[in-house]
Every structure is written in structure tokens, then in C-alpha cells.
Design a protein around this ligand. Sequence first.
Ligand SMILES: [Zn+2]
Length: 385
Amino acid sequence: MGTNYLCPRCGNADPRYVGYRNGEPYCRKCIGFSGASVEAKHKNTKGVYLKLDYELSEEQKNLSAQIVKNFVRGVDTLVYAVCGSGKTEISYAVIRYAMSKGMNVAFALPRRDVVIELHERLQAAFPRNSIVAVYGDHHERLEGDCVILTTHQLFRYPHYFDLIVMDEIDAFPYKGNDVLDGIFKTALRGHCLLMSATPSKEVVKTFSTGAHQMLTLHTRFHKHEIPVPKTIISKGVLKFIFLAKRLRNYQKERKQAFIFVPSVSLSETLFSRLSLACKGGNYVSSKRVGREQIIRDFKAGKYSYLVTTAVLERGITVANLQVVVYQSDDRIYDAATLIQIAGRAGRKASAPDGDVLFLADHESEAMKHAISEIKYCNTFLQNML
Ligand SMILES: [Zn+2]
């Protein structure tokens, strides 16, 4: 039997994870990834029309140009950009370039909610091209000019993509997952643009093999600062009372709010108590059936608040949003996660300010670190204005 089996899907070569079926080796690491896949075919060059209703900042334009230059020269790019700095938009130029050459293009993200949201944004930006979304049980159509997909779905595209843009590379579940990492490398036959608000040392190391360049984007979109979180120390039932009062104030001011909670079970119990004190809300979590519809309804203004787990932590854009992190001292919240959450608030130019409240029994190291990092970014930003 061959001892040098190399999994064609995830790149696993560890014999401890190689099984045999009728004498044929198979990989046990990525066995959970199964389903239809596609083969790369030749595509012709095509017209690409980019429609943007606003202008990119000088810094975004410069970075966009550098990324295209890198891609053409065969250099991978890692962009380090604080949340809300408009990093999605800086990928448009290289996506346009690759699509116009008839290349296979992907935009990969860890979370399906963000895939759905980004699909809408990219279809609006490239109205004449076919932008396809692939996630979970949504995979009837696998091919288009640009495929927006969860990182899990990359297994369907072996040696397929000439360009993969991957955002939130530090986010669960991609972080530290060598099967997903192997699948990503198998899917990529060309070059990549990786983006992160909070790249860990491991991520930087993982992607620093071969030709690459790391770029930094610090300016927040429209040059607004990230709201600095306020810490409210409050225990037991007082914490709940504070929250209920604050929500009623937001409702009076016609401001919508997210209340982040550290667990699925708490999203349910907190909402069931809150809904008695404060009508007009809802809750979502990874376990909540129909959450995409709830999120759409929230954006349409049907709910005044949403209790949510970290499922909404990244990438969802709502104007004039207030953010409360309930039990922000919980161990699941590291500084990077708290910064991402703070970046949800005040994301629209018309309403740049928003509350970000850390509601906790005590101030954790992660909370302190997140606040000082946001202040640092804002100082950096002021010096650039
Ligand atoms: Zn494998």
C-alpha cells in the first residue's frame, strides 16, 4: 500500500488520517466535504462594467491599484484594514480586472450571512455580470463570472480559481483549520487577495510563504472614526434593567440596536425576558431557523432591536445602529472580536456616530485592549485628516 498518499482535495499527507476502502486510499480529514464539483474551462475575455454610487477615497484608490499590480505580477496580497475602512471596495478593481480577462474569480468568506449580503453588494456593483452565491444548501449553480462562497464550499473547485479574494481570514471557522487551509490552496491555481481587520501572527505566517505583499488600510470609510466603546459595570438583575431602559430610549429616538450575547442559549433566554419589557424586537443565532428573513426584516425597519450571537458580528451593514455587548467580559470575546463588533455601529456616512456599550460584571483584559486599539486607530486617522 502506498504510504505517500497525498489528498487531492485538502493536501493531507499524514498517514494517520488515510483510510483504505477496497485497497484504495482515501482521506479521512476532509471526508465531510462531499458534493458536486466543477472543472475549470476556458472562458473568453468579456466586458465588465463597474457601477459605484460613490467615489473611493484616495487611499482606497491607491491600494486598489497596488493590488491589481501585484496580481498581474503574480504576487499575493494581504490587506490589513480596520473594520469599516472600506476594504471590500478595494477588491473591486482586481475582481474587475480578472473577470475582464475571462478568469475564474471567487470571493470567499467564513460566514453564510455575510456571503448573502456580499452577493447583493457585488451584483449591484457589477450589474452586467453573473455573480453567483454558493453556501450551505445553496449550490444549484456553481459557475458564474464571480462566485461568492463560504470557505467551506471551496472544495467544489479544485485547481479552479485564478483569483480568490478572501475576507475575514482570521475568523472562525477558517482560523487554524488545516483542512480548510488545504482546500483553499487546492482551489487556488492563480493568486489571492487576503483581507483581515485583525490578522493573527499565525495567519500572517501561514500566508507569508512565496511571493506576497502586506498592505495596510487604516482610514475608515468616509473617514469617520470607530465609536469608542463605553464600559458599564453592572451585575445581576441591574444589568438587565439597564439594558431594558436603554432599549426603550433607543426606541424613542427611533434608533435600531444589536444586543450581542455570548451564547445561543442566552440569545433565547435574554430575548424572552426582554420581549416582556420591550416590544418590537427579535433574536437570531446560528441555530435560529429563518434568520436571513429576520435580518432582512430588521434592515427594513420591522424590528427595533435584535438579540444576536456572534453570527452578526461581521459584515452586516445597518445605518445608525446602536450596539450593546451583553456580558462582554465573557471568555468567548477576545479583543479582535470586540473590535469587530464595535465596527458595526455608525457605519453609514449619514449617521457616523453610534453607541457601543460593553455591559459586564467587570472589565476584562480583552475589553481594555479593544478600547485602546480603537483609540489608537482613531488617533492614526485624525493624523491623516
Ligand atoms: Zn483530504
